[in-house]
Design a protein around this ligand. Structure first.
Ligand code: HEM
Length: 413
């Protein structure tokens, strides 16, 4: 039986759980079938959208398909606002502080940190704890300037905030929602206290004209930003906190999933290992973005509609989406659409790279940290692939959580 035959034969009250389960366990064949046979699939909890053009339209028409689901998780943050003055100001200001001129030195920092971790690991490492969480946290500490707590604490705060914001919605299957809410409440409290201390110290340095560094936090603190209706320091704290939460688990998940894809594709791995030695990383990076096309950080993004809307207009699958619908654009399905990605099942490191993919989102809410993530992810993997005798010791393990927890790899020490 096909997925849709099984779906149709299931009582309506159980259809969502069935479809959602497939997204966790066999996402690619399921979303491929949806795109081919029923590109808009309604369930009692949410509507799945699988056609490339409809995915784009859902993310482009932010007046209707809003980021309201983020609102209860992060309230006044730029990510939970659509096309408002606050979203425009905050994303513009923070993007300017994340100066793209810094990207080569961020890549160099990532390279040094990854190499150091590998050199001291004696031929075997849990890539999640030892690399894909550890190295982004070093970027958060060194480049962003959020050196406010031990690494384990930064990891814990970032983990729970990410879990709640992205994986604790009605369309997520969560064993214990209250446990997540309790942990995120505690993490937020501790994070706010630590950021308040940092801000007090930096503000004192600004006021007394003490020399400051050039981290992103230093840049934010040295700048006066008009924040009508909000205390400026509160604005600064919120957006500084967003840097930690935006960076660690996203980078970790993307890096470890792309690494696992490469390690499990011997031909691609061998070619990527050769490209890892090239001075210009562009060719190498193509292997990483292509690996991520097979296993992106999430097979979907999510929005909630605030008006009735016809999706797939003029196509055989045209569907009326009522106001108030949770809509999940299946970016995995879009990135395997044979019209846009010829022979989508073939691993081709020369195809679209970062354009035409959804690795960093699309449209108004496209990732603010995409240039930073754009070097963290491939450079960690490049350093790993430079080791001889690279092998997977045990498969990628989520330990029942929505984010990767463990990936044991080894090499010739
Ligand atoms: C490296 C530091 C990062 C920072 C500071 C950051 C921050 C952000 C922010 C603030 C947004 C919301 C933008 C808006 O609403 O206009 C965003 C969106 C997004 N980010 Fe990042 N991010 C980072 C890394 C990453 C990485 C590594 C990935 C995955 C590979 C990623 C994937 C995304 C996606 C998919 C969205 C769109 C979410 C949506 O449309 O609902 N980000 N990021």
């Amino acid at each position: 039986m096909t997925y849709l035959e099984r779906f149709d034969a299931t009582p309506e009250s159980e259809q969502f759980a069935l479809a959602r389960g497939w997204l966790d366990t066999e996402a690619l064949p399921f979303v491929n079938e949806l795109r081919e046979k029923r590109p808009i699939l309604k369930t009692s909890v949410c509507t799945f959208v699988a056609n490339f053009d409809d995915v784009i339209e859902t993310l482009r028409v932010h007046q209707v398909f809003t980021v309201e689901p983020y609102y209860e998780k992060m309230k006044p943050y730029l990510m939970s606002e659509d096309d408002t003055p606050v979203h425009f100001r905050d994303k513009s200001a923070m993007s300017a502080f994340l100066d793209r001129g810094d990207i080569p030195r961020i890549r160099a920092l990532v390279g040094q940190e990854t190499k150091a971790a590998l050199d001291t690991a004696n031929g075997q490492i849990d890539a999640v704890a030892g690399l894909t969480r550890h190295v982004p946290i070093r970027v958060v500490q060194e480049y962003f300037g959020l050196d406010i707590a031990p690494e384990a604490k930064l990891a814990e705060w970032s983990f729970w905030n990410q879990y709640d914001a992205f994986h604790n919605h009605p369309w997520d299957i969560v064993a214990d929602r209250q446990m997540v809410l309790d942990n995120v409440a505690r993490s937020k409290k501790e994070l706010v206290a630590a950021i308040a201390m940092l801000l007090a110290k930096k503000e004192a340095m600004v006021l007394t004209h003490l020399p400051m560094g050039d981290t992103v936090v230093d840049r934010v603190m040295k700048t006066h930003i008009e924040t009508p209706g909000q205390f400026e320091l509160q604005w600064k704290g919120l957006n500084i906190g967003g840097l930690l939460i935006g960076t660690v688990e996203t980078s970790s998940q993307a890096t470890v999933q792309a690494l696992a894809q490469l390690i499990n594709r011997p031909d691609a791995l061998q070619a990527a290992q050769q490209a890892a030695n090239y001075e210009d990383p562009t060719i190498f990076d193509g292997y990483v973005w292509e690996a991520l096309r097979f296993d992106p950080i999430s097979p979907y993004l999510f929005r909630r509609s605030n008006a009735d809307y016809t999706l797939g207009a003029g196509r055989p699958w045209q569907t009326q989406i009522p106001a108030g619908t949770a809509v999940l654009p299946l970016v995995l399905a879009a990135m395997h659409d044979p019209v846009r990605f010829p022979n989508p099942e073939v691993f081709d490191p020369t195809r679209s790279q970062l354009t035409n993919t959804f690795h960093f989102g699309y449209g108004l809410h496209e990732c603010m940290g995409r240039y930073v993530g754009g070097v963290i992810i491939p450079e960690i993997i490049r350093q790993v692939l430079l080791r001889d005798g690279l092998k997977q010791i045990s498969p990628l393990d989520f330990d029942g959580k929505p984010l990767p927890e463990k990936y044991m790899i080894g090499w010739d020490a």
